[in-house]
Ligand binder design. Structure first.
Ligand SMILES: Nc1ncnc2c1ncn2[C@@H]1O[C@H](COP(=O)(O)OP(=O)(O)OP(=O)(O)O)[C@@H](O)[C@H]1O
Ligand SMILES: [Mg+2]
Length: 510
């Protein structure tokens, strides 16, 4: 029997967690080496070879912000204007540029070390969670970060689905549920059916740039404006980073206080001046109303896609720290006609579900593994079917209009493989460039995200209809692989170039 354990990792924008499934049939969050269940997703690189992760890094942010990086999850899989992977950090001494994978890897390595130190086990494999609304490049970046962190990644799984697994595993309820997951950086909503530990996702939607951080920023804008109105000094990250960070921290605290009290206040001090800043619950609610309304619209859309009316929902499950905001709960009560469930462990459910799923996946991979007491773990009986959050097509001309020709529509059950046939446009054409677009049905190219391209070259000329076969496969994890073939010559390729921004489309639909 292997002495290795399998774990679930929730790699969050604000906080990350690790959990393990035990032989007693329960998943548990394992505290980090600082004794906390929630590890702030913050990394300090004063010593590049010795990354400091979590609360100590958060503290160092105050006096060494230039060596500290956070909120990097938002940049996962993103590219800058020139098509290169987006940088999240430039080391002040070495000049080394880091993409989001590096700090993500360091956070995950730290979580693994924490488990190993706390439990005296060796971690073998892990399941890592991602926002349901993550696109293919962000999913692949997460897999890469896991690898960089020395982790063998069994699978990635959508955060709301993981949370539903944790809830369903404990409560064994049946019916159609919504998981409303509002964290620090992302919003996901998933409609799913639970039946005796079988989970079938009906639809999913979200916004990968909507979370508690955006709400903090709104409060901060007001706080900074109040200080400027009194003293004529505009505090910005560039002009006074320590003051800016302190205000950011106080704004987040004020937001939390407004969940319990009708008013919050704090002192802003910068450059020898002071301002007392007050914010009432009513002002706060007005300030965040557009965010809440946006989550409502997205949830209504997801319900409509799933063909479910709000009143048909058995319950709405709250996940993510930002669901503690009263206005969120009020909106959901109004929309669904009853209050959402709060017994959902909003901070931990994602990691717990990932641990349960990891134990299940480990069993599928014929791993035998032990729990913290060295007992053999019997795999949990969970089954899960998820869907893709974004449609996938390729750009092609229909007459003179360039469109995204949908190959895999959103909310298709995974895994899936779909194929379509295209033609060359010009009689002298010897190359077919297949531009992969992620977006909604029939979306215009400028509304899609271009995530890569495949080029078939050295083709014999000819306008045979449908000669170029394009086949997309989405794995159970929502990652894409693609195969293109010219059926006339037999030339085929499966190369993908991620991050392409310029579009040249020499193929035609049909
Ligand atoms: N009592 C509270 N009231 C309002 N917001 C809260 C409260 N407690 C935590 N939050 C907010 O929840 C967010 C963190 O939630 P969580 O840890 O679920 O996010 P995350 O998993 O790191 O992010 P994501 O899932 O978006 O990647 C922060 O923005 C934090 O300010
Ligand atoms: Mg989260």
């Amino acid at each position: 029997m292997s002495e290795k354990s399998v774990i679930g990792i929730d790699l969050g924008t604000t906080n990350s967690l690790v959990a393990i499934f035990e032989a007693d049939g329960k998943a548990k969050v394992i505290p980090n080496t600082d004794g906390e269940n929630l590890t702030p997703s913050v990394v300090n690189y004063r010593d590049e070879d010795q990354a400091v992760v979590g609360t100590p890094a958060l503290h160092q942010m105050a006096f060494a912000p230039e060596y500290t990086v956070r909120h990097f999850k938002r940049a996962m899989g993103r590219c800058d204007e020139s098509g290169n992977p987006a940088s999240v950090f430039a080391h002040p001494d070495s000049g080394q540029i880091y993409t989001a994978e590096r700090p993500s890897a360091d956070v995950m390595r730290y979580l693994v070390q924490s488990v190993e130190a706390a439990l005296g086990v060796t971690v073998g494999q892990a399941v890592i969670t991602v926002p349901a609304y993550f696109q293919d490049p962000a999913r692949k970046a997460t897999l890469k970060a896991g690898e960089m962190g020395g982790i063998e990644v069994l699978s990635i799984i959508n955060e709301p689905t993981a949370a539903a697994i944790a809830y369903g595993y404990e409560h064994a309820e049946s019916g159609v549920f919504t998981v409303y997951d509002l964290g620090g950086g992302t919003f996901d909503v998933t409609i799913l059916e639970m039946q005796d530990k079988n989970f079938r996702v009906l639809s999913t939607d979200g916004d990968r740039d909507l979370g508690g951080n955006d709400i903090d920023m709104k409060i901060q804008e007001r706080a900074v404006a109040a200080f400027e109105a009194e003293h004529g000094i505009k505090i910005t990250p560039e002009s006074d980073l320590p003051a800016w960070l302190e205000i950011a921290y106080k704004c987040e605290m004020a937001k939390k206080i407004l969940g319990k009290k009708n008013e919050a206040s704090f002192i802003i001090s910068a450059q020898g001046k002071r301002t007392v800043f007050n914010i009432s619950r009513q002002e706060f609610d007005t300030l965040i109303a557009p965010f809440i309304a946006r989550t409502r619209t997205i949830m209504e859309q997801a319900l409509s896609t799933a063909g479910v009316k709000p009143e048909q929902l058995k319950d709405t499950l709250l996940v993510g720290g930002s669901t503690r905001i009263i206005a969120v709960r009020d909106m959901l009560t109004q929309l669904c006609g009853k209050p959402p469930r709060t017994d959902t462990k909003p901070d931990e459910a994602v990691a717990l579900g990932a641990a349960i799923y990891a134990a299940r996946m480990g069993a599928d991979a014929r791993l035998t593994f032990v729990d913290t007491a060295g007992k053999k773990v019997l795999p949990p009986r969970v089954n899960m079917i998820d869907v893709n959050s974004h449609g996938l097509g390729c750009l092609a001309f229909v007459d003179e209009d360039e469109l995204n020709c949908m190959i895999i529509p959103p909310n298709t059950e995974l895994p899936t493989t779909k194929e379509d046939a295209f033609s060359l446009r010009k009689p002298d054409q010897t190359e077919a460039r297949i531009v992969i677009a992620q977006g909604n049905d029939d979306a215009r190219p400028d509304e899609c995200t271009i995530i890569g391209e495949v080029i078939l070259s050295g083709l014999p000329c000819g306008l045979q209809k449908g000669r170029i076969s394009v086949c997309y496969s989405l794995s159970r994890e929502g990652t894409l692989s693609i195969h293109a073939k010219d059926t006339v010559s037999g030339i085929s390729t499966s190369d993908i170039k991620p991050g392409l921004t310029s579009i040249v489309t020499p193929i035609a639909a049909g």
